[in-house]
Design a protein around this ligand. Structure first.
Ligand code: HEM
Ligand SMILES: *[C@@H]1O[C@H](CO)[C@@H](O)[C@H](O)[C@H]1NC(C)=O
Length: 328
């Protein structure tokens, strides 16, 4: 390579990297180092306390971040309470009654307001708490780029419109993630979050009792697993609190058992089992099941990408909410 070519090459590299910085939102790792150096420790401490009380809260916090980011970007709109004039995201059927972990965020926020008033956004707390939850359940920790501002709008209708329902097939899931700038592979990688946590019976009971007009039970569901689910979720039960673990063998551990389940036709939701119906996604499922180390790092990277969706940064119209449940 001549020195002129080298120059052109280097110049191009600089251009490309500048471009990247612009496309990838301007979030920064260590954003609160100067303004509130203990911010991430405070969040981690609250997540740890919550996990000791109830290990399921880790799953709740990971899902909160996902449901925040897919609706109006990662702006903590999912945390805003409804008012008489407005039905907020958290009261959409996609979120209520199944989302949990709100009090953990409230506690972290209260602690942060008393140590560094008006500095740390609720959206960043959600991103930190999701990372801490993955770490505490045995997943790979990762640096969280921060500097998100909190939004001022939250509408229930937008949650239903932007969150993929559990009845989605692989094409619908791929489209839903593409709408947020995420690839099909990232969709498969992130679905691995279903290795922790629980699901309420109505999220999958159609697979047990009313698959379609001619078939009662989803034929893609393992028979003995279906039998167990039917015991846990009796047909026509009016108990809205019935839940099952999504990955029964290790519901509080971030591992690749989710993918093992799917391979064995024990994916709980239609949206889990459907990953086997497409050659590319099925290949990803098999690869993740066999290679925990690879999945752990892909998952961490995909979480960082998910955490960049539609963020409000800099002077964009956002605020640092004082109480995560209400706009300032
Ligand atoms: C691919 C599309 C997805 C669909 C259709 C979906 C759907 C669901 C459903 C129906 C539940 C059970 C809710 C209930 O009835 O209690 C659930 C739980 C959960 N989801 Fe997803 N999800 C998807 C992707 C994700 C992603 C990307 C993440 C995070 C990165 C995630 C994290 C979780 C977690 C941790 C739980 C357990 C929550 C708890 O125990 O409180 N999901 N999901
Ligand atoms: C119902 O599902 C079964 C099993 O997948 C399928 O063979 C059948 O064609 C479906 N029937 C209708 C009406 O969609």
């Amino acid at each position: 390579m001549s020195s002129r070519e080298l120059c052109t090459f280097l110049f191009t590299l600089v251009l490309i990297s500048c471009r990247f910085n612009r496309v990838e939102a301007q979030l920064q790792v260590g954003y609160y180092t100067q303004s509130c150096w203990m911010a991430e420790f405070i969040v981690k401490n609250e997540v740890r306390n919550a996990f000791i009380r109830d290990r399921g809260l880790a799953a709740g916090l990971v899902r909160l971040h996902f449901h925040d980011c897919f609706v109006r970007g990662c702006d903590a709109s999912v945390l805003i309470d409804s008012t008489p004039a407005n039905s907020a995201e958290k009261d959409s059927p996609a979120n209520n009654p199944s989302l949990r972990g709100f009090e953990v965020i409230d506690r972290a926020k209260a602690m942060l307001e008393s140590t560094c008033k008006g500095v740390v956004s609720c959206a960043d707390i959600l991103a930190f708490a999701a990372r801490d939850s993955i770490e505490i359940t045995g997943g790979l920790g990762y640096d969280v780029p921060a500097g998100r501002k909190d939004g001022r709008i939250s509408r229930a209708s937008e949650a239903s419109a932007n969150l993929p329902p559990p009845t989605s097939d692989v094409d619908q899931l791929t489209q839903s993630f593409a709408n947020k700038g995420l690839t099909q592979q990232e969709m498969v990688t992130l679905s691995g979050a279903h290795t922790i946590g629980r699901s309420h019976c109505p999220s999958f009971s159609n697979r047990l009792y009313s698959y379609n007009t001619t078939t009662v039970q989803d034929p893609s569901l393992d028979l003995s697993y279906a039998g167990r689910l039917k015991q846990q979720c009796p047909e026509g039960s009016t108990n809205a609190n019935l839940v099952v673990p999504i990955n029964p063998s290790s519901p509080a551990t971030t591992d690749v058992d989710y993918y093992t389940d799917v391979l064995a036709n024990r994916g709980l939701h239609t949206s889990d089992q459907t990953l086997l119906t497409n050659a590319a996604t099925a290949k990803q499922v098999a690869q993740n099941a066999m290679n925990p180390t690879l999945w752990r790092s892909k998952f961490a990277a995909a979480m960082v990408r998910m955490g960049q969706i539609g963020v409000l940064t800099g002077s964009a119209t956002g605020e640092i909410r004082t109480n995560c449940r209400v706009i300032n």
